[in-house]
Each structure stands twice: as structure tokens, then as C-alpha cells.
Write a protein that binds this ligand. Structure first.
Ligand SMILES: [Zn+2]
Length: 208
């Protein structure tokens, strides 16, 4: 599997990830945050077949390119349960403070422990693990076979997500980090929504 990290910027810089099976060219885009044309160009240049859009949470700085990519590629976008509260409400997704408030109406909703399989090769799959705390709808996408997870804004390299936005809860965030992320195998690579990648082993030291 290929992980391609594409930092994109509108108001903030966010990591959009492509997670692609190199054999088939099929895969997912995680958090198409902004710069839809740039992301589409990467997809077309590589001849990738993106099966769906996966969202780690509904904040404005993670969803800015969702509508255009979903419409252009005719693919669904998936978010954890509680996500509608964010996608449908600019106060909750924080786009109300920008000149272009965002509402997204047609997401598909996931729940804890759902498995998302790659249609072209169902052996390739991601497990949905709910990680509320930064938001109510936080989820990570975990590939056990390849020892990696896309973790959104739950945890960052040597840091963790803010909890002062709507639905944020510090105790819940710590619970998510300690009991949902740091319990994954040590070698698991963690790909956050902002800044550099890290690993369970590296972050364990920060939460002792
Ligand atoms: Zn966020």
C-alpha cells in the first residue's frame, strides 16, 4: 500500500492522505481538506481509482474539498456517527468564522468497529475506531495488516488535539488516546491531520 501525504492549505495547512493499493490503483482519500483541483490532478495523473472519501472528523479544515471531489468522481464520503452534527452546521464545523461556510448533506455514517474494505480487493481493509474528545465524531482508520492508522486531530507528533471547540472534551480525548490508540501495536505508524507522522511507540513516552 502507498501512503501519499499531501499538505493542502486554505485557512490552515492540513494533511490530505491517499491510501492506495499499488497493484490495482484503487484506494481511498482521507480528509480532502482543501485545494480540490490539486488533489484531483494527483488522482488523474496517477490513474488512481478512489473508491470513497474517508473523514476523520467534520472540522472545516478537513472537509473543504469534499464536495468537489465527491461530485467529480461520483464517490461517497464517510464519517463517524455524530458527524452530521458537524457537517450540517457551520457553527460546529467552524466554517462559520470563514467567508465560505460549509454544509455537507449526503454523508454515509460509520460506527465503531465498522470495517471498510477495498471493493477491488476485500483483503485490504480499514477498521473504524471511534476516538471522541477533539470532536464528538472523531474516528481513526486503522489498517492492522500494514500497521498504520490515520488519526486526524486526535493525536499529533508530541502533541494532541484541542478540546475547546464544540463537542470537545479533554477527559474523553485522553481516554481515546490512551485506550484506543496507544493500545495498538507499538510499531503502528500514526498519520495525523497536521504536521509530521509519528508512531505508537514514540507517543507512548509522552503519556507515561
Ligand atoms: Zn479538528
Amino acid at each position: 500500500m502507498i501512503v501519499k501525504t499531501v499538505p493542502v492549505t486554505q485557512y490552515l495547512t492540513t494533511n490530505t492522505y491517499f491510501y492506495i493499493d499499488e497493484k490495482s490503483g484503487h484506494g481511498w482519500i482521507i480528509d480532502p481538506a482543501a485545494e480540490a483541483d490539486k488533489l484531483l490532478q494527483i488522482i488523474f495523473e496517477n490513474n488512481w481509482n478512489i473508491e470513497s472519501i474517508l473523514l476523520t472528523h467534520g472540522h472545516f479544515d478537513h472537509i473543504g474539498a469534499v464536495q468537489k471531489i465527491a461530485d467529480t468522481l461520483q464517490i461517497p464520503y464517510l464519517i463517524n456517527h455524530n458527524g452530521n452534527q458537524y457537517l450540517s452546521n457551520p457553527q460546529f464545523n467552524l466554517s462559520a468564522m470563514t467567508p465560505e461556510p460549509i454544509t455537507l448533506e449526503n454523508a454515509l455514517y460509520l460506527k465503531d468497529d465498522d470495517i471498510i474494505t477495498l471493493k477491488v480487493n476485500p483483503q485490504i481493509c480499514l477498521q473504524v475506531i471511534s476516538t471522541p474528545g477533539h470532536t464528538l465524531d472523531g474516528a481513526i482508520y486503522y489498517d492492522k495488516s500494514n500497521a498504520l492508522a490515520f488519526v486526524g486531530d486526535t493525536i499529533f507528533k508530541d502533541s494532541y488535539g484541542a478540546t475547546h471547540f464544540p463537542g470537545g472534551d479533554f477527559a474523553q480525548l485522553m481516554n481515546s488516546i490512551k485506550n484506543k490508540i496507544l493500545t495498538l501495536p507499538e510499531e503502528t505508524r500514526l498519520y495525523p491531520g497536521h504536521e509530521a507522522a509519528t508512531s505508537v511507540k514514540h507517543e507512548e513516552n509522552n503519556f507515561k
